[in-house]
Design a protein around this ligand. Sequence first.
Ligand SMILES: Nc1ncnc2c1ncn2[C@@H]1O[C@H](COP(=O)(O)OP(=O)(O)OP(=O)(O)O)[C@@H](O)[C@H]1O
Ligand SMILES: [Mg+2]
Length: 246
Amino acid sequence: MTIKLNDVSKSFKSQEKELEVVKDINLTVEDGEFLSLLGPSGCGKTTILRMIAGLDFPSKGDLTENGSPVTGPSPGRGFVFQQYSLFPWRNVLDNIAFGPEVRGMEARERYESARNYIEMVGLTGFEDSYPHELSGGMKQRVAIARALANDPEALLMDEPFAALDVQTRHKLQEELVRIWQEEDKTIIFVTHNVDEAVFLADRVVVLSSSPGEIIKTFKIELERLRDRTSTQFIELKKEITDLVGR
Ligand SMILES: Nc1ncnc2c1ncn2[C@@H]1O[C@H](COP(=O)(O)OP(=O)(O)OP(=O)(O)O)[C@@H](O)[C@H]1O
Ligand SMILES: [Mg+2]
C-alpha cells in the first residue's frame, strides 16, 4: 500500500483559538516500506497517524492510499495504539480472532488463523489467558497479533513499545522486523526514541514541535538485524539525536 500526504495540516480549536499542531506535511510512504515518524512529545505524531488511519481528517491538504482519498478507517490499515487496548473480557485467542469474527469468518477458520498469529508473536501456551494475567510486553504482542489477524496491507503503530523495559522492547523490535520481512507489510511506526527508529526503519522522518513539521528525512541503509554497537549505527543515532534535541 502506498500512502501519500500532500500538504497536510491539522488545526484544533481550543478555547476559541485555532491551534495548528501539524503543518505542511508532504510524505509518500512506499509500498512495503518500514517508515518511522520521530519527534518529541506533543509534536503531532499521533495526530498524523490518526489521519492516516482515517480516524481524523486534515484541516488542509489531502491524504491518499493507493491513489484514493482516505475517507475513514479500513481493515487494510491496521492500528496498534499507544496504550494497550485489548478487550479485557476476551482471552488471548478471542482478542486476536475478533476482527475475523466481525467480518463473519467461521469459527474453525478464524481460530486456526489466530493460532498462527499467536505462534508468530511468540505467545503459544497463552491462548486462554486474559489480558489482566499478561505482562505489558505480552499485551503488546497480543495487540500486534490482533492487528495482523485482519491481514492489513499497512500497519500503523503508535509508540507500541514505549511502556516496556529495554530488554523486552529490543526483543519485540527484533520480532517486528522479522514479521515485516516475512509478511510484506507497509509499516508506519511512531516513536520518540531515536534508537528505536534507527533500529527499525528504512527511513526516519524527523518532526519539529509546535507545529509539527518535517525537519529532515534519513535513509537508513544498514543491514538487518541491525547491530547497535556498529560505528555507523552509533553515528546515525548521534546525528539524529542532535537534530531532535535542537
Ligand atoms: N482532539 C484534540 N483536540 C485539541 N487538541 C488536540 C487534540 N488532539 C491532539 N491535540 C493537540 O495536538 C498536539 C499534538 O498531539 P499528539 O497527540 O498528536 O502528539 P504526539 O506527538 O503524539 O505526542 P506524544 O509523544 O506525547 O504521544 C498536542 O498539543 C495536543 O494537545
Ligand atoms: Mg502520541
